[in-house]
Design a protein around this ligand. Structure first.
Ligand code: H2U
Ligand code: ZN
Length: 356
C-alpha cells in the first residue's frame, strides 16, 4: 500500500483506527501559536509549592527532600471510600453513576526546580522509577484499588499547573477506560494466538526497524504504526513483564537510560523543553490473573511543526476519528536521527570550545 495517500491504520491495543493524511503536513499555518516555555528557571523557587521546605497551597510544609518526594495531592480528584451510600432510586437506562474511591499523589522527581527528566542523569532517574514502582505496589495492594495510573503532564500546553518537575499518581477503585480497552484487546489476542500481543508486535517492529527510535538491552521505543499524536512513542520492555514493580535492577537502570535519551531527543527536536503527557500502563490490581499484560509507557506530545505550533484534536477528530498528518515512519526517522546529547549541553560544550 502507498503510505503517501490517505489511509487508516488499526491500533490492536485499543481496537481503534487512525486516519493518516501525509500530504496535509504541507498546508499553510496561520492559526494559533503557543508561547515557548520559559527556559531559565532557577534550581530553587521560593514561590514554588513543590520545592523542598516550601509551604504548599494547603498549608502543609514540604520536607527538605534530597531525592524524590511523594505527597498526597491537596486537591485530589478521588477520595478514599466513604460509608455514605446513595439509596435514591434512579432510572437505570440514563442516569447510571457510581462512587469511585481512590487516592491521588504527587511525586516530585528531585529537589531541583529546573531539572526535567531530559536533564537528569540515569543515576538520578533510577530513584524516580523505584518510587513509582513502590507506589504502584503499595496502592495496588489496597483492597479498594483496582488500578494505579502513573503519569506526567509536562508543559503549560499540556495543562501542567506546576513547573517543578513532577508526576502524578491516581489510584482508582475501577480500571479506567484506556487500560480497560488494552486489557480486553490483550486478553483476546492471547486467547486467539496463545502468545502476547506486544511481544509479537515488538518482533515485527524489530524486523521492520523503520519505526524504531531507540533501543537498549531491556527496552525498545517505537513510533507505533498506529500513532495518533505527531511524535507519539510507545516504550516497550524487550522481555514479557506485566508491571513496573516486576522490573529487576538492571531493567530499572535501563528504563532510566531510555527515558533520559528519549526525553533528550524530544527536547532536541524543536530545541525547547518538549511538552507531553506520558504514563505507564501495567497490570490491573483487580484480584484476577493477567498473563496477557505487557507493561509499557505511552508518550503523547502535542507539538507538530515547531515549538509553537501544536496539533489540535478538533473537528473530525472530535466527531469522527483521530487523524494525523506526517506518517509514523517519518516521525520515527526524525526522532531517531536526532543526537542523544541535550541541546543545552551542546551549547555548554560549544562555549567551552570557544574559550580554548
Ligand atoms: P499538574 O502540574 O499535572 O497539574 O500536577 C500538579 C498537582 O499538584 C495538581 O494535581 C497538586 C495539584 O492538585 N498540588 C498540590 O497538591 N498542592 C499544592 O500546593 C499545589 C499543587
Ligand atoms: Zn520548585
Amino acid at each position: 500500500m502507498n503510505r503517501q495517500i490517505p489511509h487508516r491504520r488499526y491500533n490492536p491495543l485499543t481496537g481503534q483506527w487512525v486516519l493518516v493524511s501525509p500530504h496535509r503536513a504541507r498546508r499553510p499555518w496561520s492559526g494559533q501559536k503557543e508561547k515557548s516555555p520559559g527556559e531559565n528557571l532557577s534550581a530553587y523557587d521560593p514561590g514554588c509549592y513543590l520545592c523542598p521546605g516550601n509551604t504548599r497551597n494547603s498549608g502543609a510544609v514540604n520536607d527538605q527532600y534530597t531525592t524524590t518526594f511523594v505527597f498526597d495531592n491537596d486537591f485530589p480528584a478521588l477520595l478514599p471510600p466513604s460509608d455514605e451510600t446513595d439509596h435514591q432510586s434512579r432510572d437505570q437506562r440514563f442516569f447510571i453513576a457510581e462512587e469511585v474511591p481512590g487516592i491521588c499523589r504527587v511525586v516530585c522527581f528531585s529537589p531541583k526546580h529546573n531539572l526535567s527528566l531530559a536533564e537528569m542523569t540515569t543515576e538520578e532517574i533510577v530513584p524516580v522509577i523505584n518510587t513509582w514502582a513502590e507506589q504502584i505496589a503499595e496502592l495496588g495492594a489496597k483492597s479498594f484499588i483496582q488500578y494505579v495510573q502513573v503519569f506526567e503532564n509536562k508543559g503549560a500546553v499540556m495543562g501542567c499547573s506546576q513547573p517543578h518537575p513532577h508526576s502524578q499518581i491516581w489510584a482508582t477503585g475501577h480500571v479506567p477506560d484506556e487500560p480497560a480497552k488494552e486489557t480486553e484487546q490483550q486478553q483476546q489476542y492471547l486467547n486467539t494466538h496463545n502468545t502476547c500481543l506486544l511481544c509479537d508486535y515488538l518482533i515485527q517492529e524489530q524486523a521492520e526497524t523503520e519505526r524504531i527510535v531507540l533501543q537498549n538491552d531491556s527496552f525498545t521505543v517505537v513510533v507505533p504504526f498506529w500513532a495518533v499524536w505527531p511524535f507519539e512513542t510507545l516504550l516497550l520492555p524487550n522481555e514479557h513483564v506485566s508491571s513496573m514493580p516486576g522490573l529487576n535492577k538492571t531493567q530499572r537502570n535501563d528504563l532510566a537510560d531510555i527515558i533520559r535519551r528519549l526525553t533528550i531527543k524530544y527536547d532536541n527536536l524543536f530545541e525547547t523543553s518538549f511538552p507531553y503527557s506520558m504514563g505507564f500502563h501495567g497490570t490491573p490490581y483487580d484480584d484476577k490473573s493477567h498473563p496477557e499484560w505487557h507493561f509499557h509507557a505511552h508518550f503523547y506530545p502535542p507539538l507538530l511543526r515547531s515549538a509553537t505550533v501544536k496539533k489540535f484534536m478538533v473537528g473530525f477528530e472530535m466527531l469522527g476519528m483521530p487523524q494525523r498528518d506526517i506518517t509514523a515512519e517519518t516521525a520515527a526517522e526524525m526522532l531517531r536521527t536526532l543526537p542523544d546529547i541535550h541541546y543545552k549541553q551542546k551549547e555548554v560544550v560549544k562555549k567551552k570550545n570557544r574559550s580554548w
